[in-house]
Design a protein around this ligand. Structure first.
Ligand code: ZN
Length: 443
């Protein structure tokens, strides 16, 4: 018979195993940041000493920060669980409902619980966020946020998240309560519908609340992107530039949308010759070689890579994996959630709220499974990146894609030397050198 102690300490022990593993990997990578002071010979033509040094110091700073965060995160979660935090937050949610003169029911209390839990996590994360943006990123020249923008952005994020999450929570709890023996099937259908709905409204109604999306102005770049899309029958519907430079100058590009309504979004920081409407720092006086971003040929090569993801159905494959995974989790939850001992382990003796069952099973009991799944999807993502690169190469864009990758790595101060184990565990994109080598190979 599994006792509540076994479950509780099993969860805590696994959590610390994961934390120690993360720290071990970070220490391995940290040794590389410390040791690799000279530019390795195979990188001599790719990166100069100055950028290499800057990237090394930046990497080291981020590495230290992530280790501190990891330890504090582990300690605070352990403390929360040891002190029966979930139980007290649940009780607090109950009194919130009664104090507002509302009728206390499980669905409403679950929504209040989410609000209390998230608010607690939100407050706990603020010091880390402030340090990250205004100390760390600021020091390395990446931060473009003012304190006013930061505060407004966080509050907006908090409100929008809860407008979405609270109704979803109520829906989930309700389905489990009334769904009968096969509730997991309804729960799964509900999750699919909710995902599709959010994917549909996100670009038009949610993303614009946080960033400014402007149509790419007419000109050579626009015409050539349209030609590129047409050449492989990509149903390009609209082309946007997002002014990501209000937050940070890390750069990127992506596409989204269902069926015949595909949109491509380019970060303004990807484009060398684009000046954000509200930013005067990137004006014409900057010397040509100091300008950040890619020229048109390079941008087209990056898009060749992105279109590769589309042509090879990488998005759809990822969505299918996610849905299968979700179904399995819900089936497992359907078996486990009636075991009283799971609730006892977290201080619940008189009641077994659905939401607590979900949290315990999906977040804690399944954390070894999540760790494995994460490892699997990260390696899959690296494979997809190589395939998309190969696709761009097939379009005759190998040379410019190489140049773009080098340029973007420089702009983002990516450090090109990695510990293999750290990289295998964490990187959803293959390291720069491996990508360049694969692009070079003649077939
Ligand atoms: Zn990619």
């Amino acid at each position: 018979m599994v006792t509540e102690q076994t479950i509780f300490y099993g969860i805590i022990i696994f959590m610390w195993m994961e934390t120690i593993w993360g720290l071990y990997l970070s220490l391995r990578q940290r040794r590389i940041y410390k040791k690799a002071v000279e530019v390795p010979s195979e990188l001599k033509e790719i990166v100069n000493k100055e950028t290499f040094d800057k990237a090394r110091i930046y990497g080291l700073d981020r590495n230290n920060f992530s280790m501190v965060k990891e330890v504090i995160g582990g300690v605070s979660t352990t403390a929360l669980l040891m002190l029966d935090g979930l139980f007290y937050f649940w009780v607090l949610s109950g009194s919130m409902i009664t104090s507002m003169n509302l009728e206390k029911g499980e669905i409403l209390q679950s929504a209040a619980f989410i609000l209390v839990m998230n608010t607690f996590n939100f407050i706990m994360s603020i010091p880390f966020n402030i340090y990250d943006v205004f100390v760390l990123e600021e020091k390395h020249g990446f931060n473009k946020q003012t304190m006013g923008f930061f505060i407004k952005d966080k509050i907006k994020g908090y409100i929008v998240t809860h407008l979405i999450v609270l109704p979803l929570t109520c829906g989930i709890v309700w389905i489990v309560k009334v769904g009968g023996d096969y509730f997991f099937i309804y729960l799964w259908l509900f999750a699919i519908l909710a995902t599709l709905f959010l994917l549909t409204i996100y670009p038009d109604y949610i993303a614009p609340l946080f960033d400014k999306y402007t149509p790419l102005p007419d000109g050579e770049l626009k015409t050539r992107i349209e030609q590129l899309a047409a050449s492989i029958h990509f149903p390009l519907y609209k082309l946007y530039v997002v002014e990501g430079s209000k937050r940070s100058i890390h750069s990127n590009a992506y596409f989204y949308g269902f069926f015949k309504n595909k949109r491509i979004v380019l970060f303004d920081t990807l484009l060398k010759d684009y000046t954000p409407t509200n930013d005067k720092s990137k004006d014409k006086e900057t010397k040509e070689e100091d300008k950040k971003g890619c020229d048109n040929e390079e941008v087209l090569a990056v898009l060749g890579h992105e279109l590769g993801h589309w042509k090879l159905n990488h998005m759809i494959k990822n969505i299918i994996i996610m849905q299968i995974n979700m179904f399995l989790l819900f089936v497992a939850f359907g078996f486990l959630f009636k075991y009283e001992v799971l609730y006892n382990a977290f201080g619940f003796y008189d009641e077994q709220p659905v939401l607590i069952g979900l949290t315990v099973v999906l977040q804690f009991i399944f954390s070894p499974y999540h760790a494995l799944l994460n490892f699997f999807t990260t390696s899959l993502s690296r494979r997809f990146e190589f395939q998309a690169d190969a696709f761009a190469k097939g379009m005759g864009k190998a040379l410019y894609l190489r140049r773009a990758l080098i340029k973007l790595n420089q702009d983002n101060l990516g450090f090109p030397v990695y510990d293999w184990l750290f990289s295998m565990w964490h990187h959803s994109h293959p390291p720069l050198l491996e990508r360049l080598k694969a692009l070079e190979k003649s077939d």
